[in-house]
Ligand binder design. Structure first.
Ligand code: PMP
Length: 439
């Protein structure tokens, strides 16, 4: 019986060859290629909840554009609008009316966004939000939580669980304080340091909920602490915005941050992002006082193609039961994964909110399966490499692409039969992992 890695190398042989070719010209082999060892899968085509690799292997997609494609791949509302837009011009070198419509949708949907500004990505959104907070407060430091991911720029990099610190000046690092998601620790920090501009967090907990926060109480108390200390609260809704609810995590948990960072769904699956927030902070952009004016140029910010995709996506979310469908797929998936673990007598826990599903093998929990109450150390152990890497490969062998071997995202395009394939693949993959003693 070939091992997981051997089966992978055999099934994705063309991708392996491509990876060798890619390594000749693309630094590091390719975009994020090191996240799938021994080589990534090359995919050039996708539709609905499915995608096909370069040699025709069909995969149920739970990456779904790293969360950007809440409608699934190639939804006609988005593709028709974008196709028509491209024919009319992709960049006019002026402002376009589409920016206004896009902004109206975002400010209507996101409760705390009085005003919005569009960026090129989630990374740019968190960078802009931090600069806005620093400009507004006149203070220097930003507080972030360990294992919370906010993109790849310098200020987002410390202890994000993904970035390294190579190439980042020590001076920059010293302006970012990393703490545990512990309210007492945050309170002490706010009390002893009066140079803190902002606190940024993923409202679901680190890595889209791999390490949950004790929501919603935690968020409410953090909100109160930030207000009391004059610290700008930045909610990073890059993944959960328009997914946790139409108004994101802030609507679901009824907490109003000062600034919200968005990307992925907001741009309809095309490159783009946004920062929304209180008018008094957002007003720094374009302030009539030159000493307060915060500059934010950028060739492709609010470009008409991304705006068109964003508008189509947000209008569809607003008018159709998109979130309900994606959530129903996740509910079916969670139940199926749990049943599989029980049937196979494998210790493991499945948790997640809305259309987010996380799996932790080797750990048990009595929580209702939404906001997991296990200590983060136990969840870290359960989802660490090589187990998570092998789960990712084993699932690919069975025709499913999951997020980083730690969980799944669902979309409105995931049909019952797609979810059932994922559950079946999970059973086979767990069995392969057990055979090779990864669990
Ligand atoms: N914040 C969060 C919470 C994210 O999940 C991500 C990307 N996964 C980012 C920021 C960065 O966004 P982007 O990849 O668009 O730069």
């Amino acid at each position: 019986m070939p091992s997981i890695v051997e089966r992978y190398a055999q099934k994705f042989r063309t991708s392996g060859e491509m990876y060798k070719r890619g390594a000749e010209v693309v630094a590091g082999g390719g975009h994020q290629s090191r996240t799938v060892l021994p080589h990534p899968v090359y995919v050039d085509e996708a539709r609905g909840a499915l995608k096909w690799d370069v040699e025709g292997n069909e995969l149920v997609d739970h990456m779904i554009g790293y969360g950007a494609l809440l409608l699934g791949h190639g939804h006609p509302a988005v593709t028709d609008a974008v196709t028509a837009r491209i024919a009319k011009g992709t960049h006019m070198g002026t402002i376009s009316s589409l920016e206004i419509r896009w902004a109206e949708l975002v400010t209507n949907l996101i409760p705390s966004a009085d005003l919005v500004r569009f960026t090129g990505s989630g990374t740019e959104s968190t960078l802009l939000a931090m600069r806005l907070a620093r400009g507004f407060t006149g203070k220097t430091k930003v507080v972030k939580f360990r294992e919370h991911f906010h993109g790849w720029h310098d200020y987002a990099s410390p202890q994000s669980g993904i970035n390294t610190q190579v190439g980042i000046p020590g001076e920059t690092m010293s302006t970012v304080i990393v703490v545990e998601p512990d309210l007492a620790e945050v309170e002490k920090l706010f009390d002893r340091d009066d140079d803190i501009a902002a606190i940024i967090l993923e409202p679901t907990g680190g890595h889209w909920g791999q390490f949950p926060l004790p929501n919603p109480g935690f968020l409410h108390e953090l909100r109160a602490l930030a207000t009391r200390s004059g610290v700008v609260m930045i909610m990073d809704e890059v993944i959960c915005g328009f997914r946790m609810s139409k108004g994101g995590a802030q609507q679901r948990f009824d907490v109003k941050p000062d600034l919200t960072t968005m990307a992925k769904i907001v741009a309809g699956g095309l490159p783009g992002g946004a920062v929304g927030g209180k008018a008094e902070i957002m007003g720094l952009l374009g302030s009539s006082d030159p000493s307060m004016r915060l500059a934010h140029p950028g060739t492709f910010n609010a470009n008409p193609v991304s705006a068109t995709a964003g508008i189509a996506m947000l209008e569809t979310i607003q008018s159709e039961p998109v979130i309900e469908k994606a959530d129903a797929a996740a509910t079916r998936l969670k139940a199926g994964l749990r049943d599989a673990l029980t049937k196979m007598e494998v210790t493991g826990h499945v948790h997640g909110i809305a259309s987010i599903v996380h799996v932790a093998l080797g750990v048990e929990c009595t929580c209702p399966g939404d906001i997991c109450t296990q200590p983060h150390s136990a969840l870290a152990e359960a989802t660490s490499a090589p187990r998570s890497e092998m789960l990712k490969l084993a699932m690919l062998n069975e025709g499913v692409d999951m997020m980083g071997g730690i969980g799944f995202l669902t979309s409105a395009a995931h049909r019952d039969k797609d979810i059932d394939r994922t559950i079946e693949a999970f059973e086979k993959s767990v069995s392969a992992l057990r055979e090779e003693r990864f669990i």
